[in-house]
Write a protein that binds this ligand. Structure first.
Ligand code: ISE
Length: 338
């Protein structure tokens, strides 16, 4: 029988995962959708054979048709849902962030360790992006030598009115926290945040753009430009500066990176959104998770990766508020996650 998946939280990302599982993932089906907005869940469920709508995550977990969960609710709701899922030994693909802070992430880590086997894959989708995977292979191959610097740019077209300075760190730069840890295979030890003059075009509550600097355990430096209301496009770029050369991704505008010449201009289109820029990454991520789950395995980014990112976020938020270089506090990596 196909893997019965419940998608919890049917906002932009959750609804996209529902469509993805329904249309693209063989061996899996949407058995349930959950949203606090009852009408929204019911409307989504209506279009899918054998799919039940719920307003409570636990009710979906107790549905015998549900074998596994995709959590795409807002970050603050994740901890309770994850603990309920672990109590039932249900496999989970949890959108980032694992939880919004290190303390709650640690509680999730401890619960998974008590269970005795991994059940959580965290949705750091960049690890499944073909460009990021190629960069990872180049750096891991060792021909360029050690990576000394990683320059990152992360630009969104715009953000919701409820977006805050803090969310620039916890919602957006959290991706660079994971990709830097993954690409460099080092933990992040300290964070500094600098703010240039704010763009007069950015939402009034936001100091945008910002520059976030990570120091790593191996002595590398990572600088991240986060520009949430760039107005022009969705861009994620990275350039590793290594002892014997550089490696860089994200130059094409996404959308296949086609370069056109016409009407006295050259260039190409730029993606406007992460749902399209990382479409292939999300497809590969969910397929990878569903396939592993059907084999009874859990692979991909771990709850430890989610915890480490949460610990760096905490330092980042403090660094942003104080203007001071802030060291990251985290526990030693448990052998369970070695
Ligand atoms: C959003 O939540 C994401 O995860 C996107 O990848 C990121 O670019 C955006 O800034 C976040 O708000």
């Amino acid at each position: 029988a196909p893997l019965g998946i419940a998608v919890i939280g049917t906002g932009k990302m959750g609804a996209d995962h529902v469509r993805r599982v329904r249309d693209l993932i063989s061996g899996a089906r949407i058995a349930a959708v959950v949203d606090i907005d009852e009408a929204r869940a019911a409307h989504l469920a209506d279009g899918i054979d054998g799919c039940t709508a719920y307003t409570e995550p636990a009710a979906a977990m107790d549905d015998p048709a549900v074998d596994a969960l995709i959590i795409a609710s807002p970050g603050p709701a994740h901890e309770a849902t994850l603990l309920d899922a672990l109590a039932r030994d249900l496999p989970v693909l949890c959108e980032k962030p694992l939880t919004p802070d290190a303390e709650s992430a640690l509680r999730v880590l401890e619960a998974e360790q008590r269970l005795g086997h991994r059940r959580i894959q965290v949705g750091f989708m960049r690890r499944f992006d073909p460009e990021h995977a190629r960069l990872k292979r180049v750096l891991a191959g060792g021909e360029l030598g050690r990576t000394l610097l990683l320059h990152c740019r992360h630009r969104n077209v715009s953000v919701h009115d409820y977006f805050t300075d803090e969310m620039l760190i916890t919602d957006s730069v959290v991706h660079e926290m994971d990709s830097a840890r993954w690409l460099l295979e080092q933990e992040i030890t300290a964070v500094t945040v600098l703010k240039p003059a704010r763009s007069s075009l950015s939402p009034r509550v936001l100091s945008d753009p910002q520059l976030v600097l990570f120091e790593t355990a191996g002595g590398a430096l990572v600088d991240v430009e986060i520009f949430a209301a760039s107005g022009f496009g969705y861009q994620v770029q990275a350039e590793a500066v290594c002892e014997r050369g550089t490696a860089r991704i994200g130059e094409g505008g996404g959308v296949g990176g086609v370069l056109t010449s016409a009407a006295g201009r050259w260039g190409g289109e730029i993606d406007q959104d992460y749902v399209t820029r990382f479409e292939e990454a999300y497809d590969r991520e969910v397929r990878h998770w569903a396939d592993a789950t059907r084999r009874g395995e859990t692979t991909g980014p771990t709850a430890w990766d989610g915890y480490a990112a949460a610990a760096v976020c905490e330092a980042g938020v403090r660094a942003q508020a104080t203007g001071q270089r802030t060291e990251v506090t985290m526990i030693e990596r448990p052998a369970f996650y070695a």
